[in-house]
Design a protein around this ligand. Structure first.
Ligand SMILES: Cc1ncc(COP(=O)(O)O)c(C=O)c1O
Length: 433
């Protein structure tokens, strides 16, 4: 049964909810990491203090979490706290198309960076860090770099560990923040080489450890100025309290966005930001949080009950099994129509919701969009995923692609949907020949 908060709660969220989320995420991230064969440390328990936990880079610390009303709200919070109008935000080409609306709300200048990354034929369908580096050398000064690094929307690409580290080094040198929208990380099912690298905050911590830098330096409570932190709930969670009492001085560059939308229900409007301790305090320093306490305490109490009953774990495992089989079926069905259409899809997705299909050169993509509509199949045209000032070649490559989602349909509908899309392609190719 859920303990429903009837009063204002602490600014970053009810400590009971934050503590439950930290434990759930630590276990779930560790499970995904275990499929890669990387050594993981599972010695965390709720009595471990931040300073101990800090040695285990995979654990999610309660003190590094801020509850938000979904990843989109998390992005809005990051923009509000870290940017001013006119600042540059770099995005991938293609990117999650609705993120651009949030950047527009904050008056940001959106610059798309890609290289050969739209090529479905290359192995690496993720952000082109070389292209970003060239732009930085030529004077681009972003405040944020927004990436969907794991099983991306729309391309289903995953950024390698090496690229993650390079991006973080660039962030330190060129003074920007990496906003890592990691909503699909836990929806991974790939094993071995197909398992994703660690989430961005873990990569950042690993880099500190490799460099021999200590993150924990003091004992100031981040909740001292929070008028709602002395709620009775705080005593219920030792972990949240222990974690609240450590100050970090190291320059943390990662703002990681997560959400219950993909792993429980979008209608919850509940998500979280994970960031270094100092940065999370900056992000939580919003007027509406000082005035009203955390957003969505009711949704958070429901999520906490779901987590504590073990249902979030079992639901996540169910979703992974279901999406793994749906994505394999989709890849098969697309493969069967390759010869008749000339379209291409890069492998079988190892996580997330989407597949990215490159249409043949001779296909008129606008005609295809109309034909797909007549066939009553919803796709997202790649051109919609190009935001801001994008490289023309990358934008043109995206326009030749469509995003399809395998997460909503039953298996029969997926097969029928692919047959219909193939018909739509054949008709659009004919028209332009
Ligand atoms: C990459 C990405 N970020 C954010 C969202 C939205 O998340 P939320 O419902 O938590 O705002 C989506 C949903 O499609 C998404 O694909």
């Amino acid at each position: 049964s859920a303990r429903v908060p009837m009063s204002y709660v602490a600014r970053r969220g009810d400590p009971a909810a934050i503590g439950a989320l930290a434990r759930f995420l630590s276990d779930a991230y560790a499970e995904v990491a275990s499929w890669s064969g990387r050594p993981i440390d599972s010695t965390i328990d709720i009595d471990t203090t931040d300073e101990d936990i800090n040695r285990h880079s995979s654990a999610v610390l309660a003190s590094e979490l801020l509850l938000v009303a979904g990843a989109s709200h998390g992005l809005d919070v990051a923009c509000a706290a870290l940017t001013k109008p006119g600042d540059v935000v770099v995005v991938e080409t293609p990117t999650y198309f609705l993120a651009a609306d949030v950047f527009a709300d904050h008056g940001l200048r959106v610059v798309g960076v890609a290289g050969a990354t739209c090529e479905t034929s290359t192995d690496d369908a993720s952000f082109d860090v070389d292209a970003l580096e060239r732009r930085l050398e030529n004077g681009l000064r972003p405040r944020l770099v927004y990436v969907v690094p794991t099983h991306s929307n729309p391309r289903s690409g995953t950024m390698s560990l090496e690229k993650r580290k390079r991006l973080l080094r660039l962030a330190r040198t060129h003074d920007f923040y990496v906003v890592a929208d990691e909503v699909y990380h836990l929806l991974s099912w790939g094993k071995g080489e197909d398992a994703p690298p660690p989430r961005f905050r873990e990569v950042e911590r690993e880099m500190y450890l490799e460099e021999g830098r200590e993150e924990a330096t003091g004992t100031t409570s981040d909740e001292m100025d929070d008028p709602y932190f002395s709620s009775p709930a705080e005593d219920e969670n030792k972990n949240a309290n222990a974690n609240a009492a450590v100050e970090y001085s190291v320059d943390s560059r990662v703002v990681s966005l997560g959400s219950f939308s993909k792993i429980l229900a979008p209608g919850m409007r509940l998500g979280w930001i994970e960031a270094g301790h100092g940065l999370i305090r900056t992000l939580a320093d919003r007027g509406y949080l000082s005035s009203g306490g955390s957003v969505s305490p009711l949704a958070a109490s429901v999520a906490t009950a779901v987590i504590n009953a073990g249902d979030q774990d079992s639901w996540l495992r169910f979703l992974r099994r279901r999406y793994a089989s749906a994505s394999a079926l989709l890849a098969d069905a697309v493969g069967r129509e390759s010869a008749s259409t000339g379209w291409r899809m890069r492998g079988v997705p190892s996580g997330g919701y989407f597949a990215w299909i490159e249409l043949p050169e001779k296909c008129d993509v606008d005609a295809f969009a109309l034909e797909a509509k007549k066939e009553k199949v919803a796709t997202l045209q790649g051109g919609r995923c190009v935001a801001g000032e994008a490289d023309p070649d990358a934008a043109a490559a995206c326009a030749r692609c469509v995003r399809v989602c395998f997460a909503y349909l039953d298996e029969d509908d997926i097969e029928e949907g692919v047959r219909r899309l193939a018909r739509a392609v054949r008709r659009s190719v004919k028209e332009c020949m």
